[in-house]
Design a protein around this ligand. Sequence first.
Ligand SMILES: *Cc1c(COP(=O)(O)O)cnc(C)c1O
Length: 362
Amino acid sequence: MIKNRLEVDGLRPYIPGKSIDEVKALYKLDKIVKLASNENPLGCSKTVKERIIAYLEEPSLYPDGNCTNLRNAIAKKYNVETNQLIFGAGSDEIISMITKTYVAPGDEVITCAITFPQYKAGTVQMGGTIIEVPLKNHTFDLEGILEKITAKTKLIFIANPNNPTGTMITKEAQEAFLKEVPSDVLVVMDEAYVEYIRRDDYPDTLKNMEQYKNLMMLRTFSKMYGLASFRVGYGIGPADIIEKINRLRNPFNVTTAAQVAALAALEDTAFVEDTFALNEEAKAFTYKKCEELNLEYIPSFGNFVMINFGVDSQEMFTALQSKGYIVRPGNALGMPMFQRVSLGTIEQMDGFFEVVKEILKK
Ligand SMILES: *Cc1c(COP(=O)(O)O)cnc(C)c1O
């Protein structure tokens, strides 16, 4: 037997849900509504599709490993230096580049539970210890995190809003927190859903980066911009930290198609407006339906809502799936009575709740 690294024993492969085609075949359905992975129900911008088709004329060249055009566009958008940016095949990849850069066996990484699983996966991969502080009112408990900081702490991952609960930490809470974090601990703010939030009390992480040299943030094109299949996300941070992380990056980690798509997506602000408006509407519609059906839900700042259906989540998940609705069962996320339901179009949500009603009647 070939002996693997010790750390590998602590890992489990990511188990995806059934594919749309598999669900279709299994239940003999011709239409599936996927509300499982917080994707954009409007698809992506038409501009993206046009640029991708044009790009297909020349697919034989390696990508620009520097993502130059995209880099310049993002630097301009946020008024940061180009050397403050790092690009990845989704922000997933950046999370693992960060842990590869900073986590050695024995080091500690703090986050909350329940949250995005990649923080833990990236830490365990490197032989680090993940310290999971329980959420408080379904929200990141920043005071609880501060209490867990030790001399071994290297990183703190904060999802804001949190996935799967959709809760937000405020500007005030973030600033009080940053004051207390030692300067040799890197704070990573994962803002995958930031485009769905337009509130004055949302943290201004970019501005706080001027003061705190141990702060960075992650953003993605997978959610609001509807480019999940292309795999492209980015990090913004202090140039010295970005330079270190960049040493761990594979040379051609972001495909040309992804770069072309992301750049086009940034230009189409109308698509972002449409998505934002739909998400607000679908959220209000969902809350109303939950209230009508007497279902508990966690008010969300993202494009998804955690709903308590009062039955075992795997059973409910299977019943929904057999009717063509795929959601994310809460048991896989550590909340066994809930489902995480991504917000779709109004028509999709309406159809979803009709099926929910039918199932719950039985
Ligand atoms: C979806 C998500 C991401 C990243 O997605 P990528 O597709 O890898 O960019 C990162 N963090 C959170 C909290 C998410 O929900």
